[in-house]
Design a protein around this ligand. Structure first.
Ligand SMILES: [Zn+2]
Length: 357
């Protein structure tokens, strides 16, 4: 994500590295974040310790930071059998929660050594009661009675092992991939990821769309902010200042272009209107009106169209060209055929539709 120069330093990144290393559905490029991957692999050890307690290495002390242990506790739910491999206070075995979470006052009154008791140990002989060492204030007493009630319905099954379920995979079994992705939970979803990465388009075009979605193209507004040379007005319409949204959706030139190319397929109804100001929103709306191969075709065509507008803009800025709708249209007609031949199914489907008048 750098300029590709030896002397690239801060400020030359196209996009902050932590964003780039996100999974693509969260707006990154899916490059592995090594720290998170390391955490995901450590979670595997905790998982194995939990699910294969009879293995020799299950007794090794595994060093995991408290946050990671907390994450693990959150990630695993237990169906209790004999209770011998489940922590009474720390694991989520009762009502899908850990007792530490649901009964915090009572938990804080439990002797520190006894906090890692198994369900089996705690329940047999009601040892959990003799573990209470702290002051018995009102809140502790309420929680104590509550737990007494909860436990009255629990019966351990001597011959049955506890079952641990990994909540982040459909199979209920730990996988590094699911753990890695779960570590990103809470990060904002990246709405356009599917349209960008799952559509048929050459890699360079998809990458371009990714930079568009993150507003990282070097249009005049961004160049101006950095005090760099920039065209004073939009190079295509010469009417207003240039931003990526203007260039791709609200510019007069571009709106006409979208109308013309969509009209070829009888899809002009989704062409951007006068009041359209956000390219990504327009694309989402246009795409959502179709399904199946038509949708695939529309997505590819919007990617191709955006790419051509960007190239035409650069031709005007850097090669002194004059904006020409017929020139972009000609390139579009050629490229759309090539994309179809190269394997863009949706585009082939649209091209095969009977021409509309
Ligand atoms: Zn313009």
């Amino acid at each position: 994500m750098w300029k590709g120069r030896k002397d690239a330093r801060g400020g030359h990144c196209l996009l902050a590295w932590p964003k780039v290393t996100r999974p693509i559905c969260l707006g990154g490029l899916g490059i592995s974040d090594l720290q998170k991957l390391g955490s995901a692999l450590k979670l595997r050890w905790l998982w194995l310790q939990k699910t294969e307690p009879e293995k020799a290495w299950a007794f090794f002390p595994i060093q995991a930071q408290p946050q990671l242990q907390a994450f693990f506790a959150m990630a695993v739910e237990t169906i209790i059998g004999n209770g011998k491999n489940t922590h009474f206070w720390l694991d989520r075995w009762l009502l899908g929660q850990s007792l530490k979470q649901t009964l915090p006052h009572l938990f804080s009154a439990i002797a520190v050594r006894a906090r890692r008791r198994t369900v089996y140990d705690a329940i047999s002989g009601r040892r959990w009661i003799s573990d209470i060492k702290g002051a018995l204030n009102m809140q502790v007493l309420i929680e104590y009675l509550h737990l007494w009630d909860l436990l009255s319905n629990i019966e351990l099954q001597a011959g049955v092992d506890d079952t641990h379920i990994w909540r982040f995979s459909t199979t209920g079994v730990y996988s590094t991939k699911s753990a890695y992705e779960a570590l990103f939970i809470g990060a904002t979803q990246f709405g356009s990821w599917e349209r960008i990465w799952k559509s048929w388009a050459p890699g360079k075009c998809k990458f371009f769309m990714w930079t568009v979605a993150h507003n990282r193209c070097w249009t005049a507004d961004r160049l101006a902010k950095r005090g760099l040379n920039h065209p004073p007005k939009c190079p295509l319409c010469d009417q207003v200042g240039e931003s990526i949204d203007h260039l791709l959706v609200s510019c007069v030139f571009t709106r006409q272009f979208w109308f013309c190319i969509l009209q070829q397929f009888g899809l002009q109804a989704v062409a951007p209107r006068l009041d359209e100001h956000c390219f990504i929103d327009w694309w989402a709306r246009a795409s959502s009106r179709f399904s199946g191969q038509v949708k695939e075709g529309v997505d590819s065509i919007i990617i191709l169209g955006s790419w051509l507008v960007w190239k035409h803009r650069n031709y005007c800025v850097f090669d002194g060209g004059t904006p020409s709708l017929s020139r972009v249209m000609t390139t579009f007609r050629e490229d759309v055929q090539q994309w179809s031949v190269a394997g863009a199914r949706g585009v082939s489907y649209l091209l095969a539709l009977p021409p509309t008048s």
